[in-house]
Write a protein that binds this ligand. Structure first.
Ligand code: C2O
Ligand code: CU
Length: 572
């Protein structure tokens, strides 16, 4: 009896040490200015002999990585072929509320949503995922999510690895719960299976040189405390929404749900080695999901939490097998990256305090639901109306016994204080998610610029998806300047002039005030964009059609009062 027991122990220890059995999947890429995403019911084999139902985007698990260039005007066809309504949100991108893909912008089954917008973001790693009210966790967990990589000229001028899948690797971290039949379930606290890019127990042949990893925590709840086996140092170069001023040397990186981090690692001395990427979860302070205790006190419990082998102990995320160098490897790490310009606290026009609290006190408090300023999310309630161009200080005060990753749409922010202290250097960049520890206060400054729209909502919420689905969310509008005195669409459509029609060389669009139109898109009969205009600050806009062929054109005018369609014909 005793002998068998010892053998079993040995086997289980052994199986924990052997890692990296499956080649890491690298998501396909899409680039250009016209994108097409098809979301559909499909399946994937995660475990041999089992077919797991998934939600795919163009493929069976996790969608393609979209490459966008700052300044480009893009069009995305999001085709929902699921048997369920969904939405797709561009997490971290600065787009108008109409294009943001929040819970109000539903895409019913067998319909297409076609957001079009200009890429205004800084080079960084963003992502897309469903945002249907109360269903975000399920839809995202089933696989309907993907990365967005924005490039810009500042990042492009740096000597950084940027060959996707060669020296620049996406790492989408997710912990999952599979039921006995190997179906993905969102039974929280049983998320004991670690996967990267949808690959369980992944390894990656990695060249012995400076490589870049774009890390996304796409888990529903889990916080990772990332480091390399042997405490190999690495540099964080980017936060959620852009580059840091300079690389920050680290041996640990805490990354909460929704957050992204770009890191570079110099593997040039590690040829032939096998190096694990580890979550040093044993070092996470309590009251963070993933630590030994998920709540502030030992009495606070989540059912199943302590039996989950990823909680409170160090575990392997994946393995790097260090192989020979590529041609023209990057051999050095730049010393400076960019210049971030945080909004000065003194320039703020308003401040807000958002207090997080549990619905119930006591041992079950950490199971949620949670409230923001004592209220739960209501699709019909506008929690804040924020004046266009406001610079604001937001204070996040976590009066609940578990840490929450707070996310806001529309903007990037700069953290000014965490519990009264300036943030560490690697959190001083552009952010759209920040983990607010239990019992602590985080302050940030941000500016609500570029877009105003009195009808379309942006969200702010906890990015622990069960918390969001359970109502730990609110919404805001950015109101247009007061000189916009129009009160109905019908009236506005009358006042918005598009002429002449038919046109022969050009058309003129005239708006009642210069702040109402965000974007004008002219498409030809096949749907191809022939004109795109934004940053419109004049009352009269002239669109040149001289080089277009005769025929019918569709004019889409995105305004603070909604989307207005006009049809014009061009005759020469
Ligand atoms: Cu990543 Cu409101 O979401
Ligand atoms: Cu939360």
């Amino acid at each position: 009896m005793k002998k068998i027991y010892i053998i079993l122990i040995t086997l289980s220890v052994f199986s924990q040490n052997v890692s990296g059995q499956n080649l890491l999947a690298i998501p396909d890429t899409l680039s250009g200015t016209n994108f097409s995403l098809n979301i559909y019911d499909t399946s994937k084999v995660f475990y041999s002999g089992f077919t797991t139902n998934t939600y795919g985007v163009n493929t069976n698990y996790l969608g393609p990585t979209l490459f966008l260039n700052q300044g480009d005007s893009i069009s995305i066809q999001v085709n929902n072929q699921l048997m369920d309504t969904t939405t797709i949100h561009w997490h971290g991108l600065h787009v108008s509320a109409m294009n943001d893909g929040g819970p109000h912008t539903t895409i019913p089954p067998n319909t297409v949503w076609n957001p079009t917008f200009k890429v205004r973001d800084h080079a960084s790693t963003y992502w897309y995922h469903p945002h249907l009210h109360m269903m975000t966790n399920l839809h995202a967990s089933l696989g309907a999510a993907g990365l967005i990589i924005v490039r810009d000229s500042i990042e492009g001028a740096l000597n950084l690895p940027r060959r996707y899948g060669i020296d620049d690797f996406p790492l989408v971290l997710q912990s999952k719960c599979f039921d006995a039949g190997k179906q993905i379930v969102v039974d929280n606290a049983y998320d004991s299976v670690m996967m990267v890019n949808g690959t369980i127990d992944a390894y990656l042949p990695t060249p012995a040189q400076v490589v870049r990893f774009r890390i996304l925590n796409a888990s529903s709840e889990r916080v990772y405390n990332i480091g390399f086996q042997g405490n190999l140092p690495f540099y964080q170069i980017g936060t959620d929404g852009g580059l840091l001023n300079a690389p920050v040397s680290l041996t640990r990186l805490r990354i909460a749900p929704g957050e992204r981090a770009e890191i570079v690692v110099d593997f040039s001395g590690n040829f032939g080695q096998t190096i694990n990427l580890v979550s040093f979860a044993s070092e996470l302070p309590n009251a963070i999901y993933g630590a030994t205790q998920p709540g502030m006190g030992a009495g606070q419990v989540i059912p199943g939490y302590t039996s989950n082998n990823l909680n409170g102990t160090n575990f392997n995320i994946m393995t790097f097998n260090i192989v020979g160098q590529t041609t023209s490897p990057v051999t050095t790490i730049p010393t400076t990256l960019t210049t971030n310009n945080p909004w000065a606290i003194g320039s703020a026009n308003a401040s807000k305090t958002l207090t997080f609290s549990p619905v119930t006190m006591g041992p079950t408090a950490i199971q949620g639901p949670f409230l923001i300023n004592s209220t739960s999310f209501d699709m019909g309630v506008i929690n804040y109306s924020i004046p266009f161009n406001n610079i604001e200080i937001w204070t996040l005060n976590n009066q609940s016994p578990i840490a929450h990753p707070f996310h806001i749409h529309d903007v990037q922010f700069f953290i000014t204080e965490i519990n009264g202290v300036a943030p560490p250097a690697n959190m001083a960049g552009r952010k759209d998610v920040v983990l607010v520890p239990a019992g602590q206060t985080v302050k940030f400054t941000t500016k609500f610029e570029t877009f105003c729209d009195s009808m379309s909502m942006y969200m702010y919420h906890c990015h622990m998806l069960p918390h969001e689905d359970d109502g730990m969310m609110g919404q805001f509008i950015v109101t247009c300047p007061a000189n916009v005195g129009i009160n109905s669409n019908v009236q506005f459509e009358k006042e918005l002039l598009v002429y002449p029609n038919p046109a022969n060389t050009n058309i003129i669009i005239k708006q009642p005030s210069s702040e109402m139109i965000f974007e004008i898109i002219v498409k030809d009969y096949s749907g191809k964009i022939v004109i795109f205009k934004d940053n419109i600050h004049s009352e009269e806009v002239n669109l040149d059609l001289l080089n277009q062929s005769t025929g019918i054109y569709f004019v889409e005018i995105k305004t603070s009062k909604g989307l207005i369609h006009k049809k014009i014909s061009l005759a020469k």
